[in-house]
Design a protein around this ligand. Structure first.
Ligand code: NAD
Length: 429
């Protein structure tokens, strides 16, 4: 029997995984620079709400499988929460909580009236049929229905989810309500209220930020040799946008490995191949095949990380041969990796700024859905460029005024936006 003097260690909070610790450490570091009240810092260190589900889903062979699923809402201070849904074998509560926190900073930095959220289903999407994915998505949406809503929490696509996934979510939510609710998700097909240019927005935004950085650094983007890790939505579009601006895309990769050509890759041909074969596997038209590990270490000017979190770490940051890293993915650089890149004088364009194009055009989509009034492509591209450039200028300004990294500057700017709102609103009751 435990005596009255037994000391119980405080249990770890459920989301406290290594990725969450990475997000929390970044926050703690930025808080030292942001000068915000203690109650704000305490409030922002943890998510507001975390929903944990187990989804029973009938597979095509007639059996029923259980899939763990999560939705984490980090902060609703500035408005409804917003963030992607991913289908991946590594999805867990800590990953969703970390990504939700990063979404809060991203929305605040871009001055969008949102807080951050993230969710996902732990599954291997490559092993599931379209019918199985439909049933997972519909069951997930039905179970999430009390916690999401156009004024509450608005999902969007993320890794291994896409326009079709969002269409299933919109349809399921609309069936439960009894009327069409296009504004429940963003990143949906244009035929049901999606926005033109949403599909391209994240990758295009990445290259807008790279362009701004090149202008400040006195580099001509058309002369830069670029490597893009990840050839999905973000990386594929970023590679095309770089190619369209005349930059040399010398290597790209996906889960099947990388392709490399010092003369520059034929990006449209790579897209055509992936559209036909599903991945880069087997592409050999005048290229050298490289492993995913080696791809990151090849010499280049600009390295775009557009695959997933935790790719540049203490184990490989010293081996990178680039001058600039652009974080198209969320959390692709570990704390240790970031420190090494900083010590080596490699500029890092941080995720919460660099990949914010997606959520910015998601915001435009939501506004268009609520108003039932739609803008054209040129209008959206112009508005996106304005938003990205405004955020870039603020981050660059803070970084140079205070002598801090672009990541710290972006976090400080974002935390101050949320803090201002939280201080005005106060703590209820
Ligand atoms: P996606 O599923 O469309 O593409 C991911 C790509 O990365 C695929 O080509 C995949 O094969 C590749 N990949 C995965 N692991 C890899 C590895 N270890 N090495 C090389 N390639 C690998 O996903 P996406 O929507 O492009 O998202 C990519 C990243 O960008 C994620 O971190 C996501 O959170 C972030 N992001 C996406 C959006 C968006 O609008 N889609 C917005 C902001 C941030």
């Amino acid at each position: 029997m435990a005596s009255s003097t037994t000391v119980h260690a405080a249990p770890t909070l459920e989301w406290d995984t290594p990725l969450y610790q990475q997000a929390a450490q970044q926050l703690d570091h930025a808080l030292q620079l942001a000068e915000v009240p203690d109650f704000v810092a305490n409030r922002l260190r943890h998510p507001e709400r975390a929903v944990i589900l187990t989804l029973p889903v009938r597979l095509d062979d007639g059996t029923v499988a259980s899939f763990p699923a999560y939705r984490v809402q980090h902060s609703s201070v500035l408005g409804p929460t917003k963030g992607g849904i991913r289908y991946d074998v590594a999805v867990d509560l800590g990953e969703c909580a970390a990504l939700a926190m990063w979404m809060t900073w991203k929305c605040a930095l871009l001055r969008l009236p949102y807080g951050g959220a993230k969710g996902g289903v732990r599954c291997n999407p490559r092993d599931l049929s379209v019918n199985e994915l439909t049933r997972i998505t519909r069951r997930f949406t039905a179970e999430l229905a009390p916690f999401i809503g156009p004024q509450l929490d608005i999902p969007a696509p993320d890794m291994a989810t896409n326009e079709q996934t969002m269409a299933w979510m919109m349809d399921t939510y609309s069936m439960l309500k009894g009327y069409a609710v296009p504004e429940i998700v963003t990143g949906k097909p244009i035929s049901i209220g999606g926005s033109v240019f949403r599909h391209e927005a994240t990758g295009a935004g990445v290259v807008m930020v790279i362009e701004q950085a090149c202008a400040r650094l006195g580099w001509d983007l058309a002369e830069q040799r670029c490597i893009v890790q990840g050839f999905g939505n973000v990386g594929g579009i970023a590679a095309s946008e770089l190619h369209d601006r005349g930059a040399y895309v010398v290597a790209v990769s996906d889960l099947s490995g990388g392709v490399h050509s010092e003369a520059g890759l034929d990006v449209p041909a790579l897209h055509a191949f992936v559209a036909e074969h599903g991945s880069l596997d087997g592409y050999d038209a005048g290229v050298e095949r490289v492993t995913n590990e080696l791809l990151l270490e090849l010499p280049c000017d600009i390295l775009v990380l557009a695959a997933r979190e935790d790719q540049v770490t203490g184990a490989n940051a010293a081996n990178l041969h680039c001058k600039l890293v652009a974080e198209g993915a969320n959390g692709p650089t570990s704390i240790e990796g970031d420190r090494i890149l900083g010590d080596r004088g490699i500029t890092v364009l941080p995720d919460i700024l660099t990949n914010a194009g997606g959520v910015t055009v998601s915001y435009f989509e939501w506004v268009q859905d609520l108003g039932r009034l739609f803008w054209d492509r040129a209008e959206i591209r112009r508005r996106l460029a304005e938003k990205m450039s405004d955020a870039f200028d603020r981050v660059w300004g803070v970084s140079h005024e205070r002598g801090i990294s672009l990541r710290d500057a972006a976090l400080v700017a974002a935390i101050r936006e949320v803090s201002g709102a939280l201080e005005s609103r106060g703590i209820y009751p």
